[in-house]
Design a protein around this ligand. Structure first.
Ligand code: SF4
Ligand code: SF4
Ligand code: FES
Length: 227
């Protein structure tokens, strides 16, 4: 079997073009191993990010036929079986540095601006298993950016985006955050929570089932956004 891929290549937006490859399918191949094969055997200049190869680090996210996917978790057997060409593009809503590598600086800066970590720790508030389960969803986020790339609002008027509100939810539930009401209010205001359309697109593409849209709806209720 042969796998057909059409990959978007670019050094900057003006020079973008698509390059087609055909590679032999190998048992158990993922999209990441296919890209590595192309780099090793066909074109060493192809650029993409990866690290853990196990769906943990969140660095390998790409657009696959228009949907954000973790390359290391994407099995390509069905595409090879049905001779379907795969279109591979860099994440949407991000500036491209080269080929499939996007600029994540804006995300890192926004995390710092919104202060998405527990600042005040209370020693006397242990987290029981029930609460731990509630926090789990938000804590499972691997910063893969799939939700940010699929959200129709992230380029709107500084809307922080689903990833950030999934993190902010953690502050809301975690009893160790002592300045909770003030910090959540600040983050929700600065991140412009009210721009969320509740369209659920972020829920659909999150590989860790964090369900940012669901967490955002809970935050909206407690903050009474829009009233
Ligand atoms: S539900 Fe909100 S955060 Fe999620 S994709 Fe839609 S607009 Fe974006
Ligand atoms: S919420 Fe889900 S899709 Fe968004 S960055 Fe975290 S793991 Fe990725
Ligand atoms: S390489 Fe780490 S999530 Fe894919």
């Amino acid at each position: 079997m042969v796998l057909r891929l059409k990959i978007k290549r670019q050094k900057d937006a003006e020079q973008a073009y698509y390059q087609s490859f055909e590679i032999p399918y190998e048992e158990g191949m993922t999209l990441l191993t296919a890209l590595q094969k192309i780099k090793e055997d066909f074109d060493p200049s192809l650029s993409f990010r990866h690290f853990c190869r196990a769906g943990i680090c969140g660095t390998c996210t790409l657009m696959v036929n228009g949907f954000p996917r973790l390359a290391c978790k994407e099995q390509i057997l069905p595409y090879a079986l049905f001779n379907e060409e795969l279109t591979i593009e860099p994440l949407k809503n991000f500036a491209v540095l080269k080929d499939l590598v996007v600029d994540k600086e804006r995300i890192i800066k926004k995390q710092k601006d919104l202060g998405l970590w527990i600042k005040e720790r209370s020693k006397h508030l242990p987290i029981n298993p029930e609460l731990s389960k509630k926090i789990e969803k938000s804590a499972d986020c691997i910063l893969c950016l799939a939700c940010q790339s699929y959200c129709p609002q992230v380029l709107e008027e500084d809307y922080a985006g689903p990833l950030f509100f999934a993190k902010i939810y953690r502050l809301y539930e975690d009893p160790r955050e002592e300045e909770k009401p003030l910090r959540i209010k600040q983050a929700v205001r600065e991140g412009k929570l009210y721009h969320c359309l509740s369209c659920n697109k972020c829920n659909l593409v999150c590989p860790k089932e964090v369900e940012p849209a669901t967490l955002i709806r809970e935050l909206m209720q407690v903050m009474d956004v829009g009233s």
